[in-house]
Design a binder for this molecule. Structure first.
Ligand code: IMP
Length: 190
């Protein structure tokens, strides 16, 4: 079976392909000649994953899945959340986004935060939602230079390192995205 991953990112797709049960071939949006700029206008991560998956399933008549991820900071009432990519503006700058979070938290003692990934899978026109969460804290200062996005300011619980101080394998073992994908994969394996 072919399963379209609503992403242009071949690396993300290759990562998932390695984990898939035998007989499932992952395609990207390039593989189906889709260059659409799909609007992500929902107020929730699940809603955005649904918009993307429904768009692809309806237009291209394929089985597919889409994901959406956000950093949710408790003292900021769950922000940046769905706004994570462009929290500090349309330039989508990781540095500016992190600086905004650090500035808003200032000296707040509640530094609790989590990354959350939502996946919407559409299989034979039926929708399935999966969620992956990793809880942790926002560091007062950036640390580490691997990864991307908010990795330098997020320290997962009980690790003592930010995501940006871990190797890609260490991060992938426990990340929100890995957890959400594992749930989808075990569903597809059964
Ligand atoms: P997306 O839904 O995967 O495109 O993620 C939206 C935004 O959330 C990204 O642009 C990043 O700012 C942030 N983000 C998503 N995943 C991660 C992660 O694993 N580490 C750090 N930031 C992330």
């Amino acid at each position: 079976m072919e399963l379209v991953f609503a992403t242009q990112n071949r690396n993300k797709a290759a990562e998932i392909q390695r984990l898939m049960p035998e007989g499932i071939e992952i395609l990207t949006l390039q593989d189906i000649d889709c260059n659409d700029d799909i609007p992500e206008t929902a107020p929730t991560l699940e809603g955005n994953a649904q918009i993307k998956a429904r768009w692809i399933a309806e237009k291209y008549k394929v089985n597919c899945f889409a994901d959406d991820t956000g950093l949710e900071v408790e003292a900021l009432n769950g922000e940046p959340g769905v706004l994570s990519a462009r929290y500090a503006g349309e330039a989508r700058s990781d540095e500016a986004n992190m600086n905004k979070v650090l500035g808003l938290l200032n000296e707040s003692t509640n530094r609790k935060a989590r990354f959350r990934t939502a996946i919407c899978l559409i299989l034979d026109n039926e929708e399935h939602l999966f969620e992956g969460i990793v809880t942790g804290e926002i560091r007062p200062e950036k640390a580490g230079d691997s990864g991307f996005g908010y990795d330098p300011i997020f320290e997962p619980e009980q690790i003592g390192k930010t995501f940006a101080e871990m190797t890609m394998d260490q991060k992938n073992e426990r990340s929100h995205r890995a957890r959400a994908f594992q749930k989808m994969i075990s569903y597809l394996s059964n």
